[in-house]
Design a protein around this ligand. Sequence first.
Ligand code: XMP
Length: 513
Amino acid sequence: MEKILILDFGAQYNQLIARRVREAKVYCEIVPYDITPKEIKKAKPKGLILSGGPSSVKWSDPPLPHPGIYKLGLPILGICYGMQVMNFQLGGRVGKVRKKEFGRTDIKVIEPDLLFKDLNPQLVGWMSHGDSVKKLAPDFITLAKSVNTPFAACANPQKKLYGVQFHPEVVHTPWGKDLFQNFLYHVCGLTDSWTMENFVRATVADIKAKVGRKKVLCGLSGGVDSSATASLVHKAIGKNLTCIFVDHGFLRKGERRQVRTAFVDHFGVNLIVVDAKKRFMKRLKGVTEPETKRKIIGEEFIRTFEEEARKIGKFHFLAQGTLYPDIIESAAPGKRKGPTHVIKSHHNVGGLPDDMEFDLIEPLSHLFKDEVRAVCLEMGLPHNLVYRQPFPGPGLAIRIIGEITNERLRILRDADAILREEILKGGLSRAIWQYFTVLPVIRSVGVMGDERTYEYPVVIRAVTSEDGMTSDWARIPFDLLDKISNRIVNEVDGVNRVAYDITSKPPSTIEWE
Ligand code: XMP
């Protein structure tokens, strides 16, 4: 497969570079900055990108790529520190800028060349640097300048070496995608061949070749990653795949049925559904402390999975939905790490005991989340599964703030189902990152008909977010909140009050426990 390698100098934005390249439908991989020319040759890329990074070539021992990379005859695009490194190693000079450039900056294109093909000569780009190129390396020309730097972009067109001081990968450089396309299509001569259709075809063939007639086990959670993994493996080896779905009793309404419908009815997957509710409830009796709850659920989950896996007998492979961001590690100076190292800890997270011998299959290990969704759609998985909101492993158990009982689970599950139904009907399901209900184990006084009630409140939690790391509370229209509140108190026995959580993260977290 045609590809680009991104040499990672520890840039905050390195994943964004990979995203932009993938959006241009070109496959790419992030590799440590000190990859050797021999390793590069083996990977057969059509071009290299040197990422930015927090370092300075003025340091006594700066992170530098192997100088042999410039002799491979490959097109190279250096971004920020990557451009400085390229000029520094090829005989130019880098120094401190008098005034640090940070944020939006006017850029004037002097020499359109291939990199700025069809772009406006006056551009606004995002800069963030303290050093800049002071003197270009021999045979380099200036392509663009800004107020603070005469070399906002440069090139040695004969050797196809390009450098930009600004960050084309960030959203604040809106034409950045055109610049990447110019580099990828016109400089490297690549085509837009990275599509999910091609990915599925190639991956299914790979799995077939690797597995042969052996057996594969896969844990299904109902989430996007495990669903994509299972459907790919199933397409490759059919009945030799067995999936295990552990129902710990803390799933949302209809979830177990959804998984069954999608995988058994639709695909005909060998699926073992384990009803483990009783054993989880037994271990959680009297437990109220959030971390203890999480720990017990984690342990019990692994134990249940392990027991079922042993019942199946020998299997040779375990398939899991590890994603690319999970395995990319910053190759910061002096810290060369390959993905293998990380896969091991993932395996441990997977939680199967050491005395079970199997190899891992991780078909999504080079995909980003939105690409996984695209794979699911390509595989024909239903929309409600593909666009499912994030749901924590311990499920509803960490949304009952206090001891878990069957009665409380029923209340929470019913209230949550109403909320989800109304948000979907209101057309907000994609705009809101996560929306669910929480049941604090307290009671308050209310009145229904002529009678006094003394029942639970239900709290609605709905947040907007990019990645779950920070979030804001969603501004759900009052009329919709009113409808949801009315339905919950009228339809869910045991609830006489609905509250709306209006805190952002930080200082709160999205989940209550
Ligand atoms: P918090 O509550 O920390 O949650 O703001 C951030 C995001 O992570 C989800 N979350 C989990 N996901 N296993 C998961 O797979 C877990 O144990 C877990 N706990 C929290 C949470 O729903 C939110 O999207």
